[in-house]
Design a protein around this ligand. Structure first.
Ligand SMILES: Cc1cc2nc3c(=O)[nH]c(=O)nc-3n(C[C@H](O)[C@H](O)[C@H](O)COP(=O)(O)OP(=O)(O)OC[C@H]3O[C@@H](n4cnc5c(N)ncnc54)[C@H](O)[C@@H]3O)c2cc1C
Length: 477
């Protein structure tokens, strides 16, 4: 008998789940998505001054293999493009300073490479040297990234190097972010031996050695000429070819048991479409708050379908950001060659957290000679900046860009994308909470599973990994 799998959420995690499930025989797969203005969740690309520019994610990490594997299965490998620019700069005391060499996620591994950088002082270099020969006990349980970095390297390295990089990727605050959940590489090294710097230096040496053997340095990141929207469009087209039903513009309201199966109540924009969808298994590939709403629905808010899971989901925090995209004539702005962007540490007095020099990074965004900047605003602890009225937000960003990039004169194009609650915040103990959540839901509502950025990795490859794993479980029953 055909097993019916319904996936709620057509972002990359939900679509990856559909891809995995649709490779199995005897399973019918549907994806419900309410994405506005388009499905694909945080992977959305739209024109900026006529060229396809990402609204959210614009690249994925190569080291976590699941994104490259999916790209290969979709026959997109030949389309991959690597960022042309490498390092970012960090803003300090009125100037942009290149990031020193030898950093892993902002953590220093080489005192010599730090020396002379205006971002650190002589005492910091000495502290790195001392950490390299540390004899204390390794880390044994989860803690905040900030507490570890401050203890080992001091506040300046935490605030000026690690926070802008690792905090920036997560729109988070180092002192709350879980080492195990947001920085598995740091966690592994910190648990393996007394010195973080020494362990990370070994990692760096191993990747240099691998590059020497291969005769080439593999790019750490990849993107696509059509932006991340190209990945979504290709995946959706091939899912349709495999017989997967993609129902767009459909909001799922609740999931509950009905007659020994599962039922999903939906709000549909199309007339005549069924209001209830039945399933043998359901994957909720939606943000945590949306999953909580679905599991609360059932018999009304007073009788949640899965009360324990809802309580745990309610504990998950998120941060909101806004992306302001600017297209500027090259004589009106300074983007140093080879530099991928500028990171602005918290507390510098700017609402800008980072500026990505999109046209320096991506060859496909240089064809008309305009400079394209993607300015990120807002982070955990600053809920207000990303919510400023559009006129005020744009005026603030343009004013700050004047200081940060020398922007002078009008821009050719500008757009604002709001991403409310888009960045899950993995607080200390997050992974254990996820294990408890999964077990609680399995008990309260069997055959319903949670997947996506809210849980075990916010990056595109991590979302693909989680989506596929959820589908493999759902298909095997
Ligand atoms: C500005 C920004 C920049 C980023 N940059 C990068 C980057 O460069 N590299 C990287 O690896 N990662 C990056 N990320 C993170 C990454 O893009 C996301 O974590 C990831 O795409 C999330 O995928 P997802 O499928 O889990 O969730 P989502 O993309 O949020 O997808 C969930 C989908 O579910 C739908 N949905 C929600 N509720 C319902 C409902 N009730 N019924 C039906 N549908 C529903 C939504 O409309 C959405 O389409 C970035 C994120 C942002 C916001």
């Amino acid at each position: 008998m055909t097993r019916r799998l319904v996936i709620v959420g057509g972002g990359i995690a939900g679509l990856a789940a559909a891809w995995e499930a649709s490779a199995s025989r005897g399973v019918s797969v549907s994806v419900l998505d309410n994405g506005v203005p388009a499905p694909g969740g945080k992977l959305r690309t739209s024109p900026l001054a006529g060229l396809p520019t990402d609204e959210g994610a614009d690249m994925f990490l190569a080291r976590v293999p699941e994104a490259l594997a999916l790209v290969d299965e979709l026959n997109l490998t030949d389309r991959l493009t690597a960022p042309a620019a490498g390092g970012a700069a960090i803003w300090l005391d009125g100037a942009a300073h290149p990031m020193p060499g030898g950093l892993v996620l902002g953590v220093p591994t080489d005192p010599a490479a730090l020396r002379g950088s205006p971002l650190v002082e002589a005492a910091d270099v000495e502290q790195v040297r001392a950490e390299l020969s540390r004899v204390g006990a390794p880390v044994t349980k989860d803690r905040s990234v900030g507490s570890l970095i401050r203890e080992r390297f001091g506040d300046r390295i935490a605030d000026r190097l690690v926070q802008p990089l690792l905090g920036g990727i997560n729109a988070g605050v180092l002192d709350r972010l879980s080492l195990a959940a947001v920085a598995p590489q740091l966690d592994r090294v910190a648990r393996a031996g007394p010195s973080l710097a020494a362990g990370l230096a070994e990692d760096l040496a191993a990747s240099r050695q691998a590059a020497a053997v291969a005769g080439t340095v593999a790019p750490p990141f990849y993107g696509l000429p059509g932006g991340m929207g190209e990945l979504i469009a290709t995946l959706r087209a091939q899912l349709t070819n495999r017989g997967v039903t993609l129902r767009d513009g459909v909001r799922a309201r609740s999931v509950r048991t009905a007659g020994g199966r599962l039922a999903i109540d939906v709000e549909s924009t199309g007339s005549g479409e069924p209001r209830e969808v039945t399933a043998d298994a359901v994957i909720l590939a939606v943000p945590g708050a949306a999953a909580a709403a679905l599991l609360r629905g059932g018999a009304g808010p007073a009788h949640p379908t899965a009360p324990g899971a809802v309580l745990l989901l309610d504990e998950l925090r998120t941060a909101s950001v806004a992306m302001v995209r600017l297209a500027v004539r090259p004589d009106r702005v300074t983007t140093p060659p080879g530099r991928s962007g500028l990171l602005v540490p918290h507390g510098s007095g700017f609402i800008t957290v980072a500026i990505s020099y999109a046209s320096t990074k991506w060859a496909h965004l240089t064809t008309d000679g305009l400079v394209r900047l993607r300015v990120s605003v807002g982070h955990d602890g600053d809920p207000d900046s990303s919510r400023l009225p559009t006129d005020e937000l744009v005026a603030r960003v343009l004013g700050e860009a004047r200081t940060l990039t020398g922007l002078d004169g009008p821009v050719e194009d500008c757009s604002v994308i709001r991403w409310p609650g888009a960045f899950p915040q993995y607080d200390v103990g997050h992974l254990e909470r996820c294990d408890t959540l999964d077990a609680t839901l399995a008990d309260e509502l069997p055959n319903v599973t949670l997947t996506g950025a809210a849980y075990r990795g916010i990056g595109v490859p991590g979302c693909i990994r989680q989506g596929r794993a959820a589908a493999a479980d759902a298909v095997s029953g």
